[in-house]
Design a protein around this ligand. Structure first.
Ligand SMILES: NC(=O)c1ccc[n+]([C@@H]2O[C@H](COP(=O)([O-])OP(=O)(O)OC[C@H]3O[C@@H](n4cnc5c(N)ncnc54)[C@H](OP(=O)(O)O)[C@@H]3O)[C@@H](O)[C@H]2O)c1
Length: 245
């Protein structure tokens, strides 16, 4: 039995990941997101608002309860949930929105990675963390201050975790993965910005019109295929667009 924990499964890439995992045999699936507690194919969903770090810890307490006594050949955490808002120059957006974006995009994945590594230390033979990052963490983008900063932070904490795993010989594999531009509700938010908020908005509208956004179902399948082959973890910083077939 393999364990998969996926955040942000109510739409977009997370929804596609959970749908594919839930259709497979021998997987214990836990989805963490803003959807009410209950069973889902392959496992369960647990409600959590990832902007609230105490709620993140409490949600993981509940994950641990579910894992008690179980052993896994492999345990995988996919920190997928994210928010692009607020879009706008850093001095023209609300402080509370910046704080929320940093909490969802950075603090929550770091806290979840910590709890996941503690919880699975003796219960899983192979442990993997996939942090969904973005090209926006690797270059500055006008109007995306909190998002760029959080994704850059995710890249760095992933590098640190990979280094720690290598040095301490824990066998843990960590990757911070830029998935490319995907046709999800997040891209709708991107396209709805004004040019004052986001100077590149027209380019993103054109990409959508030209059919250049990838289907989240295909992206999820690529991620899971590269996870299973182990190719995803060749380097702690990866880009799905350059990983090859
Ligand atoms: N789409 C792209 O082009 C693109 C490009 C590069 C990287 N990414 C990254 O890929 C990942 C998935 O993005 P996506 O495009 O699928 O985004 P999306 O369509 O906006 O979906 C985001 C998911 O995160 C969840 N989420 C957001 N805030 C939350 C909160 N406070 N608590 C719990 N869950 C929360 C959402 O749940 P709710 O329904 O509750 O809001 C939703 O399930 C993100 O990390 C994103 O940064 C996307």
């Amino acid at each position: 039995m393999d364990l998969y924990i996926v955040t942000g499964h109510t739409r977009g890439l997370g929804q596609a990941l959970v749908a594919q995992l839930g259709a497979e045999p021998d997987i214990d699936l836990i989805a963490l997101g803003r959807a009410k507690d209950g069973p889902i194919p392959g496992g369960a969903q647990l409600f959590v608002d990832l902007a609230d770090s105490r709620a993140v810890e409490a949600a993981f307490d509940r994950v641990e309860e579910r894992l008690r006594g179980k052993r896994f050949a492999k345990a995988v955490l996919v920190n997928n949930a994210g928010v692009i808002s607020p879009v706008g120059m850093v001095d023209r957006v609300e402080a509370i929105d910046l704080e929320r974006a940093l909490a969802v995009n950075f603090t929550a994945p770091v806290l979840l990675m910590r709890r996941f590594l503690i919880a699975t230390a003796t219960s899983a033979k192979l442990r993997r963390v996939i942090n969904i990052s973005s090209g926006a963490g690797r270059r500055p983008i006008f109007g995306w201050g909190a998002y760029c900063a959080a994704k850059a932070g995710i890249d760095m904490v992933s590098r640190v975790a990979a280094l720690e795993a290598q040095t301490a010989h824990t066998g843990v594999q960590v990757v911070s993965l830029a998935p490319g531009v995907i046709d999800t509700p997040m891209q709708g938010v991107v396209r709805s910005a004004t040019p004052e908020e986001f100077v590149d908005v027209e380019r993103f509208r054109q990409m959508k019109a030209a059919g250049e956004l990838r289907d989240p179902v295909e992206v999820a399948a690529d991620i899971l295929r590269h996870e299973r082959s182990g190719k995803l973890f060749a380097e702690p910083i990866a880009d799905l667009r350059t990983l090859g077939a």
